[in-house]
Design a protein. Structure first.
Ligand SMILES: [Zn+2]
Length: 208
């Protein structure tokens, strides 16, 4: 019979669910694999913040044009009007659509910025061994906000189609839209670069 102490080392393979005894630490640079399907169980790496930095920096550079430059230009009856995300929020507020204004403001303006700040805070604190209590909660919030990720694309689509439906207008994408797409791509890439297991291990070790 297994004691509970030993049970804590048993892990299921994420690919084929084979139960494996994972007692003993895998050394940095080595890979532990599932004996049945050769799926990767653990691949300890040193935390690299360079790619993270490049990603967040690119995101920050494109954040401001994404918010302040027109995402759409529409021409109606000879008049051309340009609409940025911040204009959208203002228009929604002046037309008393407070709920939608709040959703647009949070999803398209607050969430992308907060996500970049959180991940830079977590990775640099871990990299430079800065002891802080906020690491676990920051990383958890980063993950929560990432789960919210698809909403911004959806909302952007709704905004574009709302303008297209209500106005009988010719549409032209503005620089803001391109900037926003790049912002979304950097955020998706960022999420891919993050090694969840490594970061949680480091947070457990250095987070307090
Ligand atoms: Zn397996």
């Amino acid at each position: 019979m297994l004691s509970t102490g030993k049970l804590s080392h048993i892990e299921a393979c994420p690919e084929c669910d084979l139960l494996i005894d994972t007692a003993g630490q895998v050394k940095e640079g080595y890979v532990s694999q599932c004996p049945r399907c050769l799926g990767v169980l653990e691949h300890p790496q040193r935390l690299s913040i360079k790619k993270n930095f490049i990603c967040v920096l690119t995101g920050l550079v494109f954040y401001f044009p994404a918010v302040f430059l027109p995402i759409l230009k529409f021409t109606m009856l000879g008049n051309t009007e340009a609409m940025s995300i911040i204009n959208c929020v203002q228009t929604l507020l002046t037309t008393a659509n407070y709920g939608i204004a709040l959703i647009v403001f949070f999803t398209l303006m607050v969430v992308p910025l907060v996500k970049m700040i959180l991940i830079i805070f977590v990775t640099t604190s871990l990299y430079y061994h800065v002891k802080t209590h906020f690491l676990a909660i920051s990383f958890r919030w980063y993950n929560n906000l990432n789960a919210w990720g698809m909403l911004d694309i959806f909302l952007l689509g709704v905004l574009v189609s709302a303008i297209k439906l209500t106005k009988d207008a010719e549409l032209e994408p503005g620089w803001g839209l391109y900037a926003f797409v790049i912002l979304l791509l950097t955020s998706a890439l960022q999420a891919q670069l993050i090694n969840q297991k490594l970061l949680w291990n480091l947070i457990e070790r250095h987070g307090k």
